[in-house]
Write a protein that binds this ligand. Structure first.
Ligand SMILES: [Zn+2]
Length: 1015
């Protein structure tokens, strides 16, 4: 036979585009269009229904960026359409893809939501709320002569990410302009040809499968000939009338079953909805309403459809703002079609949230699903966050989850991750069964290409046979379409294709686990070799997170102490609300700094408001605890004693016995000393020497200077707010020019030297402080930052040969090599650390602690003298211009400190200290700690009252040094009983009380939650 496959394929392509797709709808009747342009922010549907609508027409412009227009669309169904399938078809002037362009939500005249509209979902059923599929059921059929009317809330959401990542002002309403962006292009009711719809799905599935098959496979030729016969059977003058005959030609090839060893795909309906990103939070609330309306409409017509819906916050938004959508959501959950998943409050970033905050993501997420639906979530679902902390497996388990899913690591720029199904082992040794969908997407469409990729790419062939594929429009929401379900039906058991089963993700995991219990193990973090600048961009959002986490710790601790002392009522409701606000801002485009200006402006406003509330809660509790008097009472919320004040307690201030701080001027230099450390600040304001007295070791490498500010040109190729590309290191300017150096404080207790520099359009004042009794050099920065596309780092070149750096993460720390032997280490040129980073030789090292910074890098160099310089740098500020063109502009205050001679225990302690400065209150007396621990390795991360409002005290502890540890926990109140619990404070085991306390033994980095019932 002569080979004509290209000819037939071209014929098919043209027939699809120009004949088949346009034939889906037949006769039409235009909808009468009326419009009301809402003047400001979105309004409730009740307000829109009562608005004054004006006549409008096709081609009319609507929608300045972020505006809302309500359309009232009306038509009479022709008598002769009685009993036929009829739909409304609407094009709002859609531009980009679903979720990135105009979007609509249709309502009945009674204000009941019907379904959403987006560029890939432009129809509305004309009768009832169902008819999301293509069934021939009665409710899908028109009644001739009836009047059809809908209200359509149309959101003029702009496409913010522009071609080539060009900066735009579209990301805030105040800068986005006022010109309408969209025009209404199509608004009609039309006869819907069910046979044509089915023929389209048949052809799609077979042609997409064919394109993925080898040209010499008989199956490919067989499909080609069937498609050709189908085209031959089609009458272009009567496509609806001949579609059935065309389908008959395809039936034999569609009915051949899959190979026995075909890869098997669990398809899970999904809509990844970024809780804020290229749109503000308020728009996400509407996106969720649109998506859930779509999904419940589809579910009503497709009983086997399953949809995984993560992020408790998004469910809670429906409960709060869209009660009718909420009702439908609850019904679909009850029917088992919508599956609450993920168990977190939002799909948070996991690199930066602190330990307690990450625990609370699970507590609040899981509890919402339990309280509202009675469902215990089992799958942690984080398809899109930018890398995954090695602390995660333990928290997954301790929150009662079994499985973990992501796919983001497929975005790695350098190394291909070797597994798709594996055991993931965290810092404490907990393992969790984990899956990466090999289709490499969380927005699947169930195309032939995706399925073929899933099968080809699946790294665990021969071990496992199943993979998962989330399908549905995502990022900006939208969710699955009936076309995707139509494909899934045909792909269930089709020769040469992977088999597709729509099912609950937990069913997939249980089966994948059972068939592959000896799956390979990956130890440590799932580092994303991309988006490394998300540890730094939008510094104020990050600082707001860090401050809020520590204020919450203090608020809970002192409120618990005051409540147990009978002096106060515990502010359960306030703390619950504040926690949820902080957790929301940890969403994976907010805390990472990758959202539009609107989002970060609001995040900063929220953090400022929460800080005021939390300060008031802390102040009230401390005042109650300290009582009336005129003594100075010092409160220490940190987990270690300091300056005579017990951990988690308070004491009346006593005089310091530490040697006084001294200051000498030596030429242009200033030399500070306190008996523990001697610091030389040279004539350029740089640390030319930091001598740790006890060991006699100089911390700063020979010939180098510490606290050196370095300014890099920072112009990533793409994803500006997300990415720093390795070539940023090629261009650097050391900021050594100094405007002034002044001693600004001089007492026995502390000496402070202010160093002022100007560079570019910016200035920085660094106050270098040495305090009595502290072996550390504190640096407080006030940076008036007006650079564009620059990266500011603070460098500490240290005279230490460190094979690895240790970075604090949630409930522990992790080590990363300082060399770049392999591509895996080389790719980690920017790393995340929480409150401290440590470098050292066995038995000796240094820590750098901070109160606002997450991004760091550590490099090493061997000098001519044979010694090794290990350089630790903090990533202070960036200035990307996409998606927020004014990222990080303005005044920043942040602090860090060099702790010479520090081991890991000192790093842990000083990391807490710089984030939890002591507070002084005027009062009568000190406060005994509610709980005391006799081993500094066992650290208290939270003290609070139980969420069930029983009055029980809940303490969360962890082992912080990376060793096994035993400790005694004693309390200032009588103990009736003690239980070990999960993160949700549900009992796991009873603990024995001995001598009025509890003994604990922890493995390295183990997290332990204890519920202490008061006698
Ligand atoms: Zn996302």
């Amino acid at each position: 036979m002569h080979d004509d496959h290209r000819l037939v394929e071209a014929r098919l392509e043209r027939a699809l585009q120009q004949r088949l797709r346009p034939a889906l709808y037949g006769e039409t009747v235009p909808l009468d269009i009326e419009v009301w342009h809402a003047p400001g922010e979105p309004v409730p549907v009740s307000e829109a229904l009562a608005a004054d609508f004006k006549p409008a027409a096709l081609g009319d412009k609507w929608g300045p960026p972020w505006g809302t227009s309500w359309f009232r669309l009306t038509a009479q169904v022709p008598q002769e359409w009685d009993g036929r399938r009829v739909e409304a078809v609407i094009d709002l002037g859609f531009g980009g893809g679903p979720g990135f362009s105009a979007e609509g939500l249709a309502y009945t005249p009674d204000g009941d939501p019907i379904k959403g509209l987006n560029p890939d979902n432009i129809y509305l059923p004309i009768s009832g709320l169902t008819a999301g599929g293509v069934s021939e059921s009665e409710h899908a059929k028109a009644k001739g002569g009836t009047r059809f009317q809908v209200y359509l809330e149309a959101a003029a959401n702009p496409t913010v990410i522009q071609e080539g990542f060009r900066p735009t002002n579209l990301g805030d309403k105040s800068t986005a302009g006022t010109d309408p962006m969209y025009e209404i292009r199509r608004a009609e009711i039309a006869v819907f040809h069910v046979d044509v719809w089915h023929l389209l799905r048949d052809v799609e599935v077979l042609s997409q499968l064919m394109e993925e098959l080898p040209e010499d496979l008989p199956r490919r030729a067989e499909i080609l000939r069937a498609l050709e016969r189908s085209l031959d059977a089609l009458d272009y003058d009567d496509i609806p009338g001949s579609a059935g005959l065309a389908r008959e030609q395809l039936a034999p090839v569609l009915s051949k079953p899959a190979y026995a060893s075909a890869h098997q795909i669990s398809a899970v309906g999904h809509a990844h909805i970024d809780s804020a990103w290229l749109w503000p939070l308020r728009e996400t609330v509407r996106k969720v309403a649109r998506t859930v309306s779509n999904v419940t409409t589809l579910a009503a017509d497709n009983p086997d459809f399953r949809f995984a819906f993560s992020q408790a916050q998004q469910h809670a938004w429906m409960k709060e703002h869209h009660p009718k959508v909420w009702d439908r959501l609850k019904q679909a959950v009850e029917a088992g079609q919508i599956i609450p998943i993920g168990g977190m409050w939002v799909e948070s970033d996991t690199n930066m949230p602190g330990g307690e905050a990450l625990a609370r993501q699970f507590v609040h997420g899981k509890r919402f699903f339990l309280d509202e639906y009675g469902i215990e979530t089992e799958v942690v679902w984080l398809p899109d966050s930018f890398g995954y902390t090695a602390a995660m497996p333990q928290l997954v388990k301790l929150s009662g989850h079994k499985w973990f899913l992501t796919q983001k690591i497929s975005w790695n720029q350098t190394n291909k991750f070797p597994h798709h199904t594996f055991w993931w082992e965290g810092i404490d040794g907990t393992r969790v069964f984990t899956h990466f969908p090999p289709a490499d997407t969380y927005n699947g469409q169930l195309t032939g290409k995706e399925l073929a990729r899933a099968q080809r790419n699946y790294q665990d062939q021969g071990g496992g046979t199943w993979s998962l594929l989330p399908f549905g429009h995502g990022d900006g929401g939208g969710g699955p379409t009936r076309e995707m379900l139509g494909r899934a039906e045909r792909l269930a058991d089709l020769e040469s294709s992977p088999k597709v089963t729509i099912e609950h993700p937990a069913d997939f995991f249980a089966r994948a686990h059972d068939e592959y219990t000896k799956a390979p193990v990956w130890v440590g973090e799932l580092y994303l070799e991309l988006h490394r600048a998300t540890y730094t961009s939008q510094a104020k959002t990050k600082q707001g997170n860090r401050r809020s986490e520590h204020l919450l710790r203090e608020a809970e601790l002192w409120s618990a102490a005051a409540t147990v002392a009978g002096k106060l009522d515990y502010p359960y409701a306030d703390l619950d609300r504040i926690w949820k606000a902080v957790l929301l801002n940890q969403f994976h485009d907010i805390l990472p700094g990758s959202s539009i200006h609107w989002v970060h402006r609001e995040a900063e406003e929220t953090y400022a408001r929460l800080a005021v509330e939390l300060e008031a809660i802390i102040e009230r509790a401390q005042a109650a605890l300290a009582g009336a008097g005129d003594a100075t009472v010092v409160f220490n919320a940190a987990p270690h004693d300091r300056n005579g004040v017990p951990a988690l307690g308070a004491a009346v201030k006593s005089g310091s016995h530490a040697p006084a701080v001294t200051v000498e001027r030596d030429g242009g230099s200033v030399v500070l000393g306190n008996g523990l450390v001697r610091v030389r600040i040279d004539e350029r304001g740089l640390l030319s020497s930091v001598l740790e007295i006890e060991s006699g070791r100089e911390a700063i490498a020979p010939g180098a200077v510490g606290n050196l500010l370095q300014l890099h040109v920072d112009t990533p190729n793409v994803w500006d707010a997300w990415d720093v590309d390795p070539f940023y290191r090629n261009k650097v300017k050391d900021l050594t020019d100094v405007d002034s150096i002044e001693v600004v404080a001089e007492s026995a207790e502390e000496v402070a030297v202010a160093v002022t520099r100007s560079f570019g359009s910016s200035t920085i004042v660094q106050t270098i402080t040495l305090r009595a009794g502290e072996c550390q050099v504190n640096i407080d920065n006030e940076i008036d930052w007006h650079e564009k596309e620059k990266f500011l780092k603070a460098a500490f070149p240290l005279d230490v040969r460190a094979a690895q750096s240790a970075s604090e993460t949630q409930f522990g720390h992790l080590f990363r090599p300082t060399h770049t032997n392999t591509s895996w280490e080389d790719a980690k040129f920017e790393i995340c650390a929480h409150r401290w980073i440590h470098v050292g030789e066995p038995g000796y090292g240094h820590a750098v602690v901070n109160n606002s910074t997450y991004g760091h890098d550590v490099t090493r160099d061997v000098r001519e003298d044979g010694g090794t310089t290990t350089t630790v740098r903090l990533s202070l500020l960036r200035a990307p211009r996409v998606p927020d063109p004014v990222t990080d502009q303005g005044l920043h205050r942040l602090s860090y400190a060099l702790v010479p001679g520090a081991g890991i225990p000192e790093a842990v302690e000083e990391g807490y200290r710089i984030n939890l400065p002591a507070r002084t209150v005027t009062g009568a007396e000190g406060v005994a700690p509610l709980v005391e621990i006799d081993n500094p390795a066992v650290v208290v991360e939270a003290v609070k009252l139980a969420d069930d409002q029983s009055g029980d005290v809940v303490v969360r502890l962890y082992e912080a040094h990376g060793n096994r540890a035993t400790a005694r926990l004693s309390t200032s109140f009588g103990l009736a009983s003690v239980q070990e619990t999960d993160l949700l404070e549900r009992t796991l085991a009873d603990r024995e009380i001995t001598d009025g306390g509890v003994s604990v033994a922890l493995r390295p980095f183990q997290v332990l939650t204890l519920r202490l019932k008061r006698a």
